[in-house]
Design a binder for this molecule. Structure first.
Ligand code: FAQ
Length: 318
C-alpha cells in the first residue's frame, strides 16, 4: 500500500466519522479540486443571479417592494463574496475564478439564463429559485468542508427571507384581479421546470455525485433534493390557488411522494452550453460590470500596496 493510499484511507475514515475538514488539513487533490469547482460555480451563480432581479429594482410597484428587493439582491452579492472567500481557503485565486466565469469556462446555475418579463417573475424567483436553493443549501450546511458549511449557515438564513418575500408577492397577486392572478400563473408556468433543473441531472447521469457523496461534500443526491423540493412546493402552489404546469404530477401513496412528469433535459444541456434565452446578455452584463469596476480594484490595490510598503519600511527601520 502506498503512502498516498494510506492518507486517502485515513481521510475517508475522518470524513466518515463526521469530522469537518479544515483548510490546513491534508486532503486528496481531487477533493480540493471538486470543492473549488463546486464552490466557485456556486459563487458565480449568486453573482450572476443578481441580474434577473436587478432588472426590476427601478420598476418595483411600491417603495416597500423596492426596499425588500434591493436588500435581497445585495444579500446575493454578499453570498457570492463569502463563497469566493471559502474557495480561497483551498488556494484558489479569486482573479482566476472570475476570469473563468468571464471567459465562459466556468459554469453558473442554468436558472439565471431565463428572462424576467413581469413583476410576478420576481415572486417566482423568490418562491421557487430561492426555495430550490434552500433545499440544496440546507444539505450543504452539513458538507464535510468546514469553511463551506459555515458560510452556508448564514446564507440559508438569508435565503429563507428571500423565499418568503417571493411567496408574499405571489400571494398578493394571486388574491388580486384576474389579470394579476394570470400573471402569477404565467410566471409559475415559466419557472417551474427550470427550477427542477437547478438540482442538476438525474442521479444516473450525474458524473460527480457518487464521489461527492462518498466524501460527504454532497449529503443528498440531485434526485432526492428535487423530490424534497416538489413535495414541499406542491401544497404551497395549492394555497396560492395556482396550477403547477405538469399534468403528470400526482401524489403516490405507496412512495409517500409526488410523481412528476419528465424533465426536458435537452433544454437543460442547451442552457448550460450557453444557448439559453439570456446566456449572452448575462455574460455581457457581467463583463461590462467587471470592466467598469476596474478603477475600484486599482484604487483598492493601490491602498493595500501602500500599506504593505509602509509596513516593510517600518520593519527595516526597527
Ligand atoms: N446549472 O455531476 P453533477 C442560488 C453541471 S444558488 C448549471 O450533478 P455536481 C441563490 C455541474 O456543474 C444556485 N450547471 O454536478 C440565488 C456539472 O458540470 P461540471 C446555485 C449545472 O456538482 C437565488 C455537470 O452539470 N447553487 O440560486 C447545473 O455534483 C436567487 C454534471 O452535474 C449551487 O451552486 C445547473 N443547474 O452537482 C441567487 C449549489 N446542475 O462542473 C440569486 C452548490 C449541474 O462537471 C437569486 N452546487 N450542473 O463541468 C451543488 O450543490 C452542485 O454543484 C449541483 C450539481 C447540485 C448544482
Amino acid at each position: 500500500m502506498t503512502k498516498e493510499m494510506n492518507l486517502e484511507e485515513r481521510f475517508q475514515a475522518y470524513v466518515d466519522g463526521e469530522n469537518k475538514v479544515e483548510p490546513k488539513d491534508w486532503m486528496p487533490d481531487k477533493y480540493r479540486k471538486t470543492l473549488i469547482r463546486q464552490i466557485s460555480q456556486h459563487a458565480h451563480s449568486e453573482v450572476v443571479g443578481m441580474l434577473p432581479e436587478a432588472n426590476w429594482i427601478t420598476r418595483a410597484p411600491s417603495l416597500r417592494r423596492k426596499v425588500a428587493l434591493l436588500a435581497k439582491v445585495q444579500d446575493e452579492a454578499g453570498h457570492g463574496l463569502y463563497l469566493y472567500s471559502a474557495a480561497e481557503t483551498l488556494a484558489a485565486d479569486r482573479k482566476d475564478m472570475i476570469d473563468d466565469l468571464l471567459s465562459g469556462k466556468a459554469k453558473y446555475s442554468s436558472i439565471f439564463n431565463y428572462p424576467t418579463p413581469t413583476w410576478a417573475d420576481i415572486g417566482a424567483i423568490g418562491w421557487l429559485v430561492d426555495g430550490a436553493a434552500i433545499a440544496n443549501q440546507v444539505m450543504l450546511c452539513r458538507t464535510s468542508y468546514g469553511p463551506y458549511s459555515r458560510a452556508m449557515v448564514k446564507i440559508c438564513k438569508e435565503e429563507s427571507f428571500h423565499q418568503r418575500q417571493g411567496y408574499e408577492i405571489l400571494l398578493t397577486l394571486a388574491k388580486g384581479t384576474d389579470a394579476q392572478k394570470q400573471m402569477a400563473q404565467d410566471s409559475l408556468n415559466r419557472w417551474w421546470w427550470p427550477s427542477l433543473m437547478m438540482f442538476g441531472p438525474t442521479d444516473d447521469l450525474s458524473p460527480n455525485s457518487a464521489q461527492s457523496m462518498k466524501w460527504k461534500i454532497k449529503r443528498k443526491s440531485n434526485d432526492e433534493l428535487r423530490q424534497e423540493f416538489i413535495d414541499k412546493t406542491v401544497p404551497q402552489a395549492e394555497y396560492l390557488g395556482l396550477t403547477i404546469p405538469d399534468p403528470d404530477l400526482k401524489w403516490n401513496e405507496e412512495r409517500g411522494h409526488y410523481d412528476h412528469g419528465s424533465i426536458d433535459w435537452d433544454e437543460f444541456y442547451q442552457v448550460i452550453k450557453g444557448n439559453g434565452k439570456c446566456n449572452k446578455i448575462r455574460m455581457k452584463a457581467r463583463r461590462e460590470a467587471h470592466a467598469n469596476g476596474e478603477w475600484v480594484r486599482k484604487a483598492a490595490n493601490a491602498y493595500a500596496e501602500k500599506q504593505a510598503a509602509r509596513k516593510a519600511q517600518e520593519g527595516s527601520a526597527a
